[in-house]
Design a protein around this ligand. Structure first.
Ligand SMILES: [Zn+2]
Length: 233
């Protein structure tokens, strides 16, 4: 008899999920605040449980870290906060025809009963990102003497990358980067512009980046440590 099922999910009483597969060792993963145990098919529940208990400190740290990151995400609600150009801004809701505008340090979302707040806020962020980032792209490209190599600039919410550059000179940026500090946005732009000269991540590429952004390592670290604060969905 052929068993077609290759993965079996089991929820145990110990607050984690077990994913069985052909793997040979047990692995622990914290995904979206939940512990997932990946284990060989032949492992008993007792063996898995002992392994989890042995790794308890690691699991607790990871769960704590994950909860902290979740609490630092932008909050789309009246009085909620989010980063914009690296500064903490507050959202305030008011009644009226759908619109988003700035009032001092606050961002006001004017809404009626039918307003899709997330879509309205997203549209506002995208238009701010387009204006700000496009200007910076061409200012920096002039400095780097590569403006004539750019054939297209697009903005998309991509999961894994803040920016992208093709060999044909098409640049793409994740518009969520508008929330990062200006120096970090500049680094992301310089990184992609440097790809117009070197499509790889060779020494020559990083030398080009460093020529125009000497603190690039620090900015990359900022993105690693704070990137989750730029995702509100
Ligand atoms: Zn790159």
């Amino acid at each position: 008899m052929t068993v077609l099922c290759t993965i079996i999910w089991v929820m145990t009483a110990f607050g984690y999920q077990i994913k069985r597969s052909k793997r040979k060792t047990i692995g622990l993963y914290v995904i979206d605040g939940e512990l997932e145990v990946r284990a060989p098919r032949y492992c008993t529940l007792g063996e898995i449980d002992s392994f989890v208990v042995e790794q308890q400190d690691w699991v607790e740290n990871k769960l704590e870290e994950s909860a902290k990151k979740a609490s630092e995400k932008p909050v789309l609600e009246d009085g909620g906060t989010f980063l914009f150009l690296g500064k903490q801004r507050q959202l305030r809701y008011e009644t009226g025809s759908p619109d988003v505008y700035e009032l001092g340090d606050d961002i006001i979302i004017s809404r009626d009963l039918f307003t899709d707040i997330e879509r309205l806020f997203e549209e506002w962020l995208i238009s701010e990102a387009r204006l700000y980032i496009t200007d910076r792209i061409f200012e920096l490209a002039d400095t780097m003497d590569c403006a004539d190599l750019i054939t297209d600039v697009a903005f998309r919410k991509t999961k894994s990358k803040w920016g992208h550059c093709t060999e044909k000179g098409k640049l793409q940026f994740n518009w969520l980067i508008i929330m990062a500090p200006p120096v970090v946005i500049d680094y992301v732009i310089i990184h992609e512009l440097a790809h117009l000269f070197h499509l790889d991540h060779s020494k020559a590429f990083w030398a080009k980046v460093a020529e125009y952004c000497k603190d690039h390592k620090e900015h990359r670290r900022w993105l690693n440590d704070n990137g989750h604060k730029l995702w509100f969905t």
